[in-house]
Design a protein around this ligand. Structure first.
Ligand SMILES: C[S@@+](CC[C@H](N)C(=O)[O-])C[C@H]1O[C@@H](n2cnc3c(N)ncnc32)[C@H](O)[C@@H]1O
Length: 268
């Protein structure tokens, strides 16, 4: 079983905050997509690798009072963060379980909807992950995958050091066996197991002062040990300082990476 310590982004407070912010930024995209998927009478949804929030809030509403949501993660700290959300927001139909998606104890075929966001990008092993997702979803249930594509990720006016940092982060993911651009591969991945994917892509405009503009800096903090294998600590610090200065310019705004959403009904 892969231990939390070996997970690319594990363990830092910066990662906890990043996941909270990220879940809020992408919640409208979650709700729009869920509006296109009929929930049925009493659905059971699985949020894989829920982190501190993921889709738990959106799925809780989608499932309704007769439905259920299971949030799984293998990291106790993440599960504690998610439990705090469930308590404070009274998400009565949400249950959290500790589960390693690569050695899962969740019941096969038990879920009407399985959702995994930002799991393939950091963890890689896309085929293995897909096999787990396919095992969990019932025939006729829906599998929803979301992963990023860096194409649209930029800051305006031009911010060469931020772009250099983003390129370094991409390399850090690859060096750890992941792929920040895995969103591009999701439709082909679903087709590879005979599913017919629906595809959407979302980009959010970040107005001046939006905290998600600082995502490259937050990633650099979470990934620091990895990045220091690619550049020296001094080079990294200098790059971070230049990126910070670019992000501090008045009126600086940006666009997020592209969130690719691919979903399909599991046959038959
Ligand atoms: C990049 S975060 C994404 C969190 C959440 N899906 C979201 O979109 O906000 C990846 C999450 O997967 C969890 N994770 C990593 N490896 C895992 C594994 N083998 N089994 C279950 N969860 C895992 C991490 O603890 C972390 O919470």
């Amino acid at each position: 079983m892969q231990q939390p310590a070996s997970y690319l982004l594990a363990g830092q407070a910066s990662e906890f905050e990043r996941l909270q912010l990220q879940s809020k930024v992408w919640e409208p995209a979650a709700r729009e997509l869920l509006a296109a998927i009929p929930a049925g009478e009493a659905p059971h949804a699985l949020e894989v690798g829920c982190g501190v929030m993921g889709w738990l809030r959106a799925l809780s509403q989608w499932a309704g009072p007769n439905g259920r949501v299971t949030g799984s993660d293998f990291d106790d700290k993440m599960l504690a963060g998610a439990a705090h959300l469930v308590d404070t927001e009274h998400l009565a139909n949400v249950t959290l379980v500790k589960d390693d998606l690569f050695a899962s104890r969740l019941e096969p075929g038990a879920f009407d909807l399985v959702h995994a966001r930002f799991q393939i990008a950091p963890l890689g092993r896309a085929k293995e992950q897909l096999a787990a997702f396919m095992r969990w979803v019932r025939p006729g249930g829906v599998l929803v995958l979301e992963d990023p594509d860096t194409s649209s990720w930029r800051v305006n006016p031009d911010a060469p050091s931020v772009q250099e940092l983003i390129a370094l982060i991409e390399r850090g993911f690859v060096a750890a066996g992941g792929n920040f651009n895995s969103g591009r591969e999701l439709p082909a991945l679903l087709r590879s197991v005979g599913l017919q994917p629906n595809i959407r892509a979302r980009v959010v405009a970040l107005e001046p002062g939006h905290p998600y503009l600082r995502l490259p800096l937050q990633f650099a903090a979470s990934l620091r040990p990895r990045l220091e294998k690619l550049v020296s600590a001094d080079e990294l610090d200098a790059l971070l300082q230049r990126a910070e200065a670019e992000l501090s310019r008045e009126g600086t705004w940006g666009t997020t990476f592209t969130l690719v959403q691919a979903w399909a009904v599991a046959g038959p």
